[in-house]
Design a protein around this ligand. Structure first.
Ligand SMILES: [Zn+2]
Length: 345
């Protein structure tokens, strides 16, 4: 039987009927780590066009299932275990929230507290205190506006001039906005006036991110914090030197402000394309600069025990049991053919 056919058999054979205990025993994954950005019961216009998220009822149901099947782990427990180099005595789960959004303080943290589940929040120093607006949220706001206003030929021409491409339809304009990335993110600011958007006003009125005081309250309640880069670039778009600067400066900033026991970092966006040199610099086994790196290559392991991979836990269409079972099954298949470790060059 080929590998592809065995994956297909597992993935399409009714994943939810698989026995969690059986999967736990056979998978090589010790830390089940779903990552999220927010939990919200209300629409969030700057995010709704970018990705889905769970409401408090769905999030609570996920936590209940996780608690029935795994033990909750704190970031300190995971970092401490990584430091020891020993495998976990028992598999557990670590809840993560990236980007430091205010909905974490308002909605997710009270639920976690009530359930007694620890969690880790990964912060971008340039967003904390709403000092600036994440470029992806500018994209989200522009896409939201695009769907709400009537797009005149004048708007299309003006936007096309800024984007440097001919734009003759709202669909072309949407594609143009979606194609803007970290490297040409200043285009979002140039487009804003055409759509009657003021990102500074948005930042001050909506306060999309937590402030330092709210983060300190969460830490006092037992939650953990780590770094998530300075301003959230996609690492594969920037050179190694800049990847290292973003990582070191954000980790040092978190350390200075909040003095967590371990130096931890979670990749912004994805870790795809990040070279072996990056990991050699920051988590060399003999002299590690960081205690733990959280990646997001779903269901895979890194040869270095100081790197733990997570998976998206907030897709509102996928209950956590289906997601965890898929991740564990996929890892078992990779393990069977000796391909569960990520190879980096
Ligand atoms: Zn992020």
């Amino acid at each position: 039987m080929t590998m592809t056919s065995s994956i297909k058999r597992i993935v399409f054979s009714g994943i939810t009927s698989l026995n969690t205990q059986w999967l736990k025993k056979r998978s090589g994954i010790d830390v089940i780590s779903p990552f999220h950005h927010l939990v919200s019961d209300e629409p969030v216009p700057w995010i709704d066009k970018l990705y889905g998220y769970k409401n408090s009822r769905q999030f609570e149901a996920d936590l209940d299932w996780l608690l029935r099947n795994f033990r909750p782990l704190s970031l300190e427990q995971v970092a401490g275990q990584a430091q020891s180099g020993q495998p976990f005595p028992e598999k557990g789960f670590l809840i993560c929230f990236d980007d430091g959004l205010r909905q974490v303080y308002e909605t997710a943290a009270p639920i976690l507290l009530r359930k007694g589940v620890p969690a880790a929040f990964f912060l971008n120093p340039q967003f904390v205190d709403n000092q600036s607006v994440f470029h992806n949220f500018k994209k989200g706001l522009l896409l939201d506006r695009l769907d709400r206003m009537s797009i005149t030929p004048g708007i299309l021409t003006a936007a096309g001039n800024i984007l440097g491409i001919p734009v003759t339809s709202p669909d072309q304009l949407r594609d143009g906005i979606c194609s803007i990335n970290y490297l040409n993110k200043q285009l979002f600011d140039k487009l804003a006036p055409i759509f009657d958007l003021d990102f500074d006003r948005f930042r001050l009125e909506q306060k999309p991110f937590m402030d330092q005081d709210q983060i300190r309250q969460l830490i006092a309640q037992g939650f953990s914090v780590g770094a998530h880069s300075m301003d959230h670039p996609l690492y594969s778009l920037v050179p190694l030197k800049e990847q290292l600067r973003q990582t070191r400066e954000s980790t040092a900033w978190v350390q200075e402000r909040f003095a967590p026991r371990f130096r931890t970092f979670a990749f912004p966006h994805v870790d795809t394309g990040v070279s072996k040199a990056f990991f050699d610099e920051l988590v060399a086994p003999d002299a590690p600069e960081l205690d733990l790196i959280l990646g997001n290559t779903t269901a895979m392991l890194e040869p270095n025990p100081r790197v733990v991979h997570r998976f998206i836990g907030e897709n509102p269409d996928i209950p956590i049991d289906r997601m965890v079972k898929t991740v564990l099954s996929y890892n078992i298949v990779r393990k069977t053919v000796n391909r569960q470790y990520i190879r980096r060059s």
